[in-house]
Design a protein around this ligand. Structure first.
Ligand code: GLN
Length: 488
């Protein structure tokens, strides 16, 4: 196993005892990146000198006996949708190929305060639109468990970087499943926080009422620590909620007593791979053996989630992406004869085809005459989806579902079938529409050796419960200890 693939608690104790320096660990990450990333394609940019310098400063302060932050010396990779001052932040788009972020996102400020080492920017679907990371304008990311397959998306680079032991922790963003889906497909843990738990300041917007930044890690402890480090209100994001951040990492080992887990018929719909279903049922049996009770619940509007999402998200995207006009921001075409041509050529050249499809869908749904029929209707159904969850959480503490309907699919398999691609988020999207938190935790492997995940959902601001429940499963199973078959 390469050093960055060690369990987080082990890495922290090695760092705290001085047996491993932040520089050693950062160097081990950089070495693994040079060994593996030509094949995996997780990173869009790495600045070894800058990362090693941050690590050196942390080591120096530790040597002086200073009290360090929560993540002292742990490297974190950042999805390239998050602004980190002085680094190119492309969103995996030609549109932002030359955009150097002039400021730090709130989460980056938080990571600096927590004494993390910022290790580099990871690949993603362009503007976070996609489920396979194939929509990146720059490169394909491969699943470390099977290089012929996708790592999922849109945060595929962040998930693959952790799964390939290139970095112990990473950040992603989740608008409809982009943290949980790749986490499930790569056998890492990923958490989408409650809407408002983490500031979106400095996160390049896709669909602002759905977007949240969240952590990836090899294990639940890493996920808890990283969430603890980045969560909290921020006056620059008016939707961030001024609520205290629990010490997630401190309560993690306390099992939940009398846990009631909801299981909804709607989450075991036709199209669900039998091996995925089996792994979810097995995980549920583990919970039962730990004293949890299973309760059948109903989420009658779940079946509309994908349809509602593909009205709401593109509508918001069409508005958010209007700013990329070659004047205010982004790529400007070299050749044009009029102002209108300058706009259309700049946008035509700067955006990839999936982004254009979303802009067209959204513009259509928002246009006069269609607004009421599509956008307004979708907002009403969105409310019903939230109401279903509110009612369910009156009866149960958590809801357990598959993360993905199938194990990782092959690169190229779904790119020409947008609807099939959209359906890969069928079990993750409703949490974004409802604003509730969700976690993806390892739940086994298919007969072909591909990772399978379990999703747990909870009521708003119940991340602590999600993490403790995920830890209960992790303690009873060995899945999280397996590492992708790449040379260490
Ligand atoms: N796959 C979904 C989409 O394409 C979700 C992406 C995300 O969560 N950013 O929009």
């Amino acid at each position: 196993m390469s050093t960055p693939g060690l369990p987080i608690s082990e890495l922290l104790s090695l760092l705290n005892s001085g047996k491993l320096t932040a520089v050693d660990l950062t160097q081990a990450c950089l070495d693994q990146i040079s060994r593996q990333d030509a094949r995996v394609g997780a990173f869009l940019s790495v600045d070894p000198a800058a990362s090693l310098e941050q690590a050196r400063q942390i080591d120096k302060r530790r040597a002086r006996g200073e009290t360090l932050g929560l993540l002292a010396g742990l490297p974190v990779a950042i999805k390239d949708v998050i602004c980190q001052k002085g680094t190119v932040t492309t969103c995996a788009s030609r549109m932002l190929e030359k955009f150097v972020a002039p400021y730090d996102a709130h989460v980056i400020e938080k990571l600096r305060k927590a004494d993390a080492v910022l290790l580099g920017k990871t690949n993603m679907d362009e503007f976070a639109m996609g489920s396979s990371t194939e929509n990146s304008a720059y490169q394909v990311t491969r699943n470390p468990w099977d290089l012929e397959r996708t790592p999922g998306g849109s945060s595929g680079g962040s998930a693959a970087a952790v799964a390939a032991q290139m970095v112990p922790l990473s950040l992603g963003s989740d608008t409809g499943g982009s943290i949980r889906q790749p986490a499930g497909l790569c056998s890492v843990v990923g958490l989408k926080p409650t809407y408002g738990r983490v500031s979106r300041y400095g996160l390049i917007a896709y669909a602002s009422s759905l977007d949240q930044i969240g952590p990836f890690a090899q294990d639940v402890r890493g996920t808890a620590l990283l969430l603890e480090a980045i969560a909290g209100a921020d006056s620059r994001d008016s939707t961030s909620v001024p609520k205290d951040v629990p010490r997630y990492s401190q309560t993690l080992e306390q099992p939940l007593q009398g846990l009631r887990i909801g299981v909804a018929r709607e989450h075991f719909a036709p199209g669900l791979d039998p091996e995925v279903e089996r792994s979810v049922r097995e995980a549920l049996r583990v919970y039962e053996s730990l004293g949890a009770t299973l309760q059948e619940i109903s989420l009658p509007h779940q079946k509309y989630a994908v349809a509602v999402y593909y009205i709401v998200a593109p509508s918001e995207a069409s508005s958010n992406l209007a700013r990329y006009d070659g004047v205010h921001y982004g790529h400007r075409a070299a050749q044009f004869d009029s102002m209108v041509e300058m706009y259309s050529a700049s946008r035509g050249e700067g955006f990839g085809s999936e982004v254009k499809r979303r802009i067209m869908l959204g513009t259509y749904a928002l246009s006069a005459g269609y607004y009421d029929a599509y956008y307004l209707k979708a907002l009403k159904v969105r409310r019903l989806i939230r109401n279903d969850f509110d009612a369910a959480f009156q009866q149960v503490d958590l809801i357990a579902t598959p993360v993905n309907p199938t194990p990782a699919f092959k690169i190229g398999e779904l790119v020409n079938d947008p609807l099939a691609m959209y359906l890969s988020d069928i079990y993750t999207i409703s949490a974004n529409l409802a604003g509730i938190p969700g976690i993806s935790v390892q739940a086994g492997f298919s007969s072909g050796g591909l990772p399978l995940g379990l999703q747990l959902l909870a009521a708003p601001f119940e991340e602590e419960r999600l993490l403790r429940a995920a830890r209960m499963l992790e303690r009873e199973t060995e899945w999280h200890r397996r590492r992708a078959p790449l040379a260490g």
